[in-house]
Design a protein around this ligand. Structure first.
Ligand SMILES: [Mg+2]
Length: 176
């Protein structure tokens, strides 16, 4: 089996192990889906993804879980050119790629209003620690990516998402 197919099969299996799943998984671009800052590169370069990114994205698609992008890249034209070159543009239901002084809360407000998905049904992967707290405060399960998206951090995300979900449901129960 090809590497992408192997990763995809493993990701599909992983998704099947969880009873509670996010409705939308949001990804940063630079150093999360791909191993570079696109502002340091030219549109004419040939981009590549981290080795597990494509398999994980296509597992989400197969399992009917939507994906979106939240990127603060100052060069959205390069980012979108690369998404096209990598043929993954159609995998995202929302693409918010713009520079902002906020820690991506503005990106998430836009994603929320475009998709209608509640924040507590979203899972977010990003390599920038500064974005973790502000986005978590919205109710999004936010996972710090240290070496690019891979199956290990993907599993951690699904696990944390279902723990957060259970914790919030228990809280509601106690209030009744
Ligand atoms: Mg990044």
């Amino acid at each position: 089996m090809e590497e992408v197919e192997k990763v995809k099969a493993e990701a599909v299996q992983m998704i099947g192990m969880f009873q509670v799943l996010p409705r939308l998984v949001v990804f940063d671009l630079d150093y999360t889906l791909w191993p570079f800052y696109c502002e340091c590169r030219s549109k004419h370069d040939t981009p590549s993804l981290f080795p597990h990114s494509r398999g994980i994205l296509s597992a989400l698609k197969d399992e009917g879980i939507d994906a979106a992008i939240a990127s603060k890249s100052p060069t959205p034209d390069i980012a979108t050119t690369y998404l096209d070159k990598l043929k993954i543009t159609s995998m995202f239901v929302a693409q918010e790629i713009f520079y902002s002084s906020t820690h991506k809360t503005e990106h998430f407000q836009k994603i929320h209003s475009k998709t209608g998905v509640p924040y507590n049904s979203m899972l977010f992967f990003d390599d920038d620690n500064n974005n973790m707290k502000p986005v978590s405060n919205l109710g999004v399960t936010s996972i710090l990516v240290r070496n690019g998206l891979n199956l290990g951090v993907f599993r951690e995300g699904l696990t944390r998402f279902s723990q957060n979900w259970d914790a919030s449901k228990n809280k509601q129960k106690r209030r009744k």
